[in-house]
Ligand binder design. Sequence first.
Ligand code: FMN
Length: 209
Amino acid sequence: MSQFSKDFQTGLRDLMRWRRDVRRFRRDAVEEAVLQDCLDTFLLSPSVGLSEPWRVIRVQSPGARAAALENFTTANAQALAGYESDKARVYAGLKLSGMQDAPVQLAIYCEEATDKGAGLGAGTMPEMRRYSVVGAITHFWLAARAQGLGVGWVSILDPEQLSRDLEVPADWALVAYLCVGWPETASDTPELELAGWETRRPTLPTEVR
Ligand SMILES: Cc1cc2nc3c(=O)[nH]c(=O)nc-3n(C[C@H](O)[C@H](O)[C@H](O)COP(=O)(O)O)c2cc1C
């Protein structure tokens, strides 16, 4: 495949336009084959030195789910306490995770000390391994949206507490906690924009040096 059609290009742009951070999920299960198909896109992603440092934990047991939800609830209350007046009022009304309903929940880690790739490209900037994981998550997000699945990225968490609760190795760094499931609605507008928290820039500011 050396070329992609105009129709495909338009469709890809539509996919990006209609990808949303989803916090409102239906509770019906996600078929394993559909989820696996989305997860397989991690293996198509670029990574520094081909280190493939992503590690995926399915957070499934009631105990692990409860610990993660409590973690979010505490961190979210602390975050709310950091805002004042109007911002605090709007923040309090935001739904910032779908952890109560999402049928699939994934903790995505970066193995910081992986030998894979023999350190190529990560010598002066070891954080490149984490950036590689972020890129792979974007692939996963788009692949999920292409199948109609919603993904919500939750970062309002105490990462050290979550790592203890999930008993992950010490050299794994939390990159994302993803809620995955069938979304209640579709929209081409971010929920934070609809809620009056923030707006998107109409143009990309670029600078020339
Ligand atoms: C790194 C990262 C962390 C995020 N953390 C949260 C979060 O903790 N809770 C939440 O509701 N949304 C979170 N989001 C979603 C953003 O709010 C969302 O991407 C943004 O408002 C744009 O909306 P859209 O993704 O629907 O285009 C996160 C997104 C990214 C990329």
